[in-house]
Every structure is written in C-alpha cells, then in structure tokens.
Design a protein around this ligand. Sequence first.
Ligand SMILES: [Zn+2]
Length: 153
Amino acid sequence: MTGDCMACDLIADPSTLPGGRIAETDRWVVEHCVGPLGAGTLILKPIRHVTAVADLTDDEAAELGPLLRRCSRLAAELVGAEQVYNTLWSHAGGVPGHVHYVIQPVTREQVASTGVYGPVLQMQMFVSGTAPDPAAVTAVCDAARELWARMAS
Ligand SMILES: [Zn+2]
C-alpha cells in the first residue's frame, strides 16, 4: 500500500527518510523516527502493510523478538541510554495504522533534566514537537548502520 500510508511510502522510497534506512531483513525495516522523540529513536516495522500485531505472519513474528532486542541494543549504544522504551501505538488519527515499534533510548541525564520518564516523558516530547537536529539524525543513522553491521543478531 502506498499513498495513504506514510510507513509504506517510506519503505517504497527511503530517499525521503531522514538519515536513510538503517537496516532491513526480508520482512522488517529499521528506520530513524521522524517524530520529535530525539536523535537515536528507531522505528521497527514490517515491510508488509499490517495494522495489528495479531495479524503478523508466523515468519514475521519469529523475527520480531530478536529484532526488538537488536534494535534496543543498538539504540542504547547510540546515545548511552540507561533504558530503552519499546512502544507500539499505531493508532494514527484514531484508526489502526501500519504497526511500528518505537524504540526510544532514554538517558539518565534526560530523566534528570525533565523530571519525568516513561509515557509521561514520551508525551511531553510529542507535545513539545521539537524535532531532532537533521544533522544529528544523519550522524546517528550513519553510526547505526555501522553498529548494526557489526552486531550479532
Ligand atoms: Zn503501510
């Protein structure tokens, strides 16, 4: 599906993706988040347009756990995170959308400076709407591709 789904559009044409595609398997892609969740926040999403985890194929589901772990290790290393959130809302505009896990590294300094964490931190970042510096995203994506290639699955 393209046209009505930003996730599919970015898969079809990763040249429009800030920082470019980070990694891919036969069934999943790893990208940098386009939202205001900070440099180093990753997106893991199935290549196939699917709007519910319950609808993943057996092969997609078998890859999911190892990929979430690998993406979480990657995100942590990219920014020196103390914790890495894995969230999936995929309810864009109140309707089920292309599922995508948000893998957000959070540092001790970030929690100390904002005084919040967990879903409150994530919501605060969405409300502020402060997009990460494009140059920082490019740099973190370059580092992510290099780290991904060196990591065991
Ligand atoms: Zn889609």
